[in-house]
Ligand binder design. Structure first.
Ligand code: GAL
Length: 808
């Protein structure tokens, strides 16, 4: 029926494939010498965090799994599915080649039936897996700005079917109308019935307990020609529509019933009722306009590359939706884990997914055919996900190639009439063979416009358009860069999304990128990391993440770009500092003295619901209150003090000289101005100051942030989850670690060594000793097949933090 038998455990792995492992017994001595026992998801090697040779994981390795033919498989058909094998897999059963698959980013399935050993006997399933970049298939053939890693890095499972079975059900919806396109695994030669049930899906509720929304039957006449697929149409009554705000999901259960009334197969797929249209004016979901605010995501993690289990895939979707408050993600530059997309469906995170590739189009026939096959596999495997609103059917940033892209578009449209196609370019006025012009707009350099006008990009000014990347290489930023750099990074993201939001004839934008990632030597900072994320590789937030996190109204956000330490800026200036908040206003205090209240409307990012707000007053009315200045005098002095605080004293324009002259006429000479500056703004060696920022929403304080001298240091660790599950495979928790001051601010220059120790049935992924970078670091705890209690002890000098886990 619809049940998978996961075979993720007890694989033998050798980094050096050799034909003698395809069949026959392996001696214990040979196993000991050449193999290790591994679990899927698996990566050929663990890579260091940075500074490594990416050839280390490129090789032809071998996997071997033995399993016994079950009694229940008699007269059945048995299939094996590999969800992801990087990158060219030759699969053998009992010595015979089952088939070859040449893309590391889509699933593939082979039938085992004919080659299975007799009941009760052992089968040998072997995968010869080539992860070298010499594989003649996308994304290979030229340099690539990401690592392609290695391994059987997604689930492997068996399925047992009757002679006739359901191969696929594609659910197309229009309002509450369903067209269910049912494809049979074996063309039907006799009449059958299909019984459909629509269930309202709810998280963690067993299928048996879900509400049945609708049931329908349909008769399939085999006809003279054998029937390979049928489309049944029905109306589902009152349903909730899927949208980013209300990601309502349903299940379609399809039972295939043969003439003798026996249920031959049951397939259950999850879907949502929703329509997608990309028009000149933008994206419409169920007829409602949605402005995309998204980031690009690579599916890579420190040390293990792509090989992480379900929960870490889900975690990324949760971070994007709940922490960065985005409504969209682009799975650059390949289809990503079904677990990730499933979670996007559940969270209402719109997905733009695309075929594997990076700038290069291969010229061999095999490469080009594989490219079209990748479209086919992507669409067939992912088309029931309501979160996917757009298919990318061009190689990212490749030149025009009409011969190839006419085919990829046609293939996609034939398999899915419900969504538009796009294809990411970095060239203007290229041939628009797709439905949407998706463009990487890197125009913003910190001094100019945030985005280009779409009319300047496309030859067809009224075609649908969206920005598929911005920022990225224009301003790489490490989490341990200085404050000015991190602030500019954040502001560039703000300028671009502000500009994109100001254009009412585009779908919106995706920024480069969500997380830092390992890359080839030709890119990145020389240490094999591209520091383009708004989070680091461990998903620790950089300042730029605040720009995104504050564009929502549910959870109060408040932070300030500066630690308010004078040594962070040239000439001890305070510089240009910004408030990131989604509050109505923010009150600023200096040593508990009220200075000013910044209003949401003060933000110069006029198109954002909550743009960053410039801090431009350090003085307030203190001169009147504390020095007895008149209103007029106070205004002039305040102006000069704030000007110097932000720009320094060597940057006066005529305006400032005139104000200074006016102050002098009133008896306030430069010495006095200096004294006032030291007293009220704070200077090199002056009194220590605690700044307080208080966010006000609906008239009430909702969040307070303090910036002041560090008096105490705290080690902080948070795990993505504390209950781990040994289910279809191993499980893992991501642990984000940081050093904070007594106010809860991360200490950006804390860089001491950290030791990580686990006890109980878990292991660490990565080293046992690491160090803080930018005041943060991270690790991963993975299960080992056993259940029970486990502990992670994080130690940094005298500071210690313990996390207690339960493995179920
Ligand atoms: C784009 C490319 C991305 C990444 C980015 C860096 O050109 O599509 O993969 O390399 O630049 O900014």
């Amino acid at each position: 029926m619809d049940s998978r038998i996961y075979i993720n455990n007890d694989w033998l792995f050798t980094p050096k494939f050799d034909e003698s492992m395809i069949s026959g017994k392996l001696s214990a001595a040979r196993i000991k010498k050449d193999f290790s026992v591994v679990r899927i998801p698996h990566s050929f090697v663990e890579t260091p965090l940075n500074y490594f040779d990416e050839k280390n994981y490129q090789m032809v390795a071998g996997y071997r799994k033995e399993f016994v033919t079950d009694k229940a498989w008699k007269n059945k058909r048995v299939f094996v599915t590999f969800e992801g094998a990087a990158h060219k897999a030759k699969v053998y059963l009992n010595g015979e080649l089952l088939g070859v698959h040449s893309s590391g980013y889509t699933a593939f399935k082979f039938e085992l039936t004919e080659l299975l050993a007799p009941e009760g006997k052992n089968n040998i399933l072997v995968v010869e897996l080539d992860s070298r970049e010499s594989v003649d298939a996308p994304p290979f053939g030229f340099v690539i700005d990401y690592l392609t890693y290695s391994g059987l890095y997604r689930d492997v499972y068996l399925e047992v079917k009757n002679d006739i079975y359901i191969e696929d059900v594609f659910v197309k919806t229009q309002a509450n109308h369903i067209d269910a396109e049912v494809t049979f695994g074996n063309a039907l030669s006799e009449d059958c019935d299909l019984h459909f049930r629509v269930l309202k899906w709810e998280k963690d509720v067993p299928e048996k307990k879900l509400e049945v929304v609708m049931e329908a039957d349909s008769h399939v006449t085999a006809g003279e020609e054998k029937t390979e697929s049928v489309t049944s149409s029905f109306v589902a009554g009152k349903v909730s529509f899927w949208s980013p705000e209300n990601p309502a999901l349903y299940l379609l259960e399809t039972s295939l019933i043969s003439g003798d009334k026996k249920v031959q197969d049951v397939s259950t797929v999850r879907f949502g009722f929703r329509t997608v249209e990309m028009k000149d004016e933008g994206l419409f979901i169920n007829g409602n306009k949605v402005l995309l605010r998204g980031l690009d995501r690579h599916q890579a993690y420190p040390y293990v590359g792509y090989a992480v289990p379900k929960s870490l895939q889900e975690m990324d979707a949760e971070i994007l939706k709940n922490e960065l408050c985005l409504n969209a993600v682009r799975t650059s530059h390949y289809p990503q884990s079904q677990y990730f997309i499933d979670r996007c469906d559940e969270l209402g995170l719109l997905v733009f997914t695309e075929i594997p590739g990076w700038q290069h189009i291969g010229q061999s026939e095999g490469w080009r055919e594989q490219c079209v096959r990748n479209v086919q596999e992507m669409v067939l495997q992912y088309r029931n996900h309501p979160s996917i609103f757009l298919w990318g059917v061009r190689i990212n940033e490749s030149p025009d190639d009409d011969e190839l892209y006419v085919k990829t578009n046609a293939c996609c449209h034939e398999l899915d009439s419900t969504r538009p196609t796009g294809g990411v370019r970095c060239i203007k006025k290229s041939h628009l063979l797709e439905d949407v012009y998706t463009y990487n707009d890197f125009v913003h350099d910190g001094t100019n416009m945030g985005t280009e006008k779409k009319e300047n990009i496309m030859s067809e000014p009224h075609a649908p358009y969206l920005v598929s990347e911005y920022c990225g290489h224009m301003y790489p930023t490490k989490i341990f860069d200085d404050e000015i750099h991190r602030t500019e990074h954040a502001l560039r993201h703000a300028r671009v999304i502000n500009s994109a939001a100001g254009q009412n004839n585009t779908g919106g934008s995706f920024g480069w990128c969500a997380f830092d990632y390992n890359t080839h030597g030709q890119f990145g900072s020389g240490d094999k990391i591209c520091y383009h994320g708004v989070m680091d590789m461990f998903r620790n937030p950089k300042m730029a993440s605040l720009v995104y996190a504050s564009q929502q109204d549910n959870v109060p956000v408040l932070d300030v770009s500066s630690s308010m330490d004078v040594g962070e800026h040239p000439a001890c200036m305070r510089g240009y500092n910004w408030i990131f908040t989604n509050a109505d206003s923010v009150k600023m205090y200096v040593n508990d003295k009220f200075i000013t209240e910044y209003k949401k409307e003060d933000s110069q990012f006029e198109n954002l619901p909550h743009g960053p707000i410039l801090i431009n007053d350090y003085v307030g009315d203190r001169l009147e209150k504390e020095e007895g200045y008149s209103k007029g005098l106070s205004k002039q002095m305040r102006k000069i003090l704030n000007y110097v605080a932000m720009n320094g004293q060597n940057a006066f324009t005529l305006k400032e000289y005139l104000t200074i002259a006016a102050l002098q006429l009133k008896g306030k000479n430069p010495g006095e101005i200096r004294r006032m500056y030291d007293k009220y703004v704070g200077a090199w060696g002056g009194d220590s100051i605690v700044f307080k920022f208080e966010a006000i929403k609906d008239g009430k304080p909702v969040k307070t942030v303090y910036k002041g001298p560090v008096e105490a240091v705290f080690l902080n660790a948070a795990a993505s989850k504390l209950v781990l599950h040994e289910e279809n495979s191993w499980d893992a928790a991501a642990v984000r670690i940081c050093m904070k001051d007594q106010f809860g601010n991360v200490l950006p220059y804390y860089s001491e060594a950290v030791s990580l120790k686990v006890t109980g049935p878990v292991e660490l992924i990565g080293p046992e000793v690491t160090c803080f970078r930018g005041g943060v670091c991270g690790t991963y705890v993975k299960t080992t097949g056993k259940k029970g209690k486990a502990t992670l002890v994080i130690q940094c000098g005298k500071y210690e933090s313990r996390l207690e886990f339960i493995v179920k």
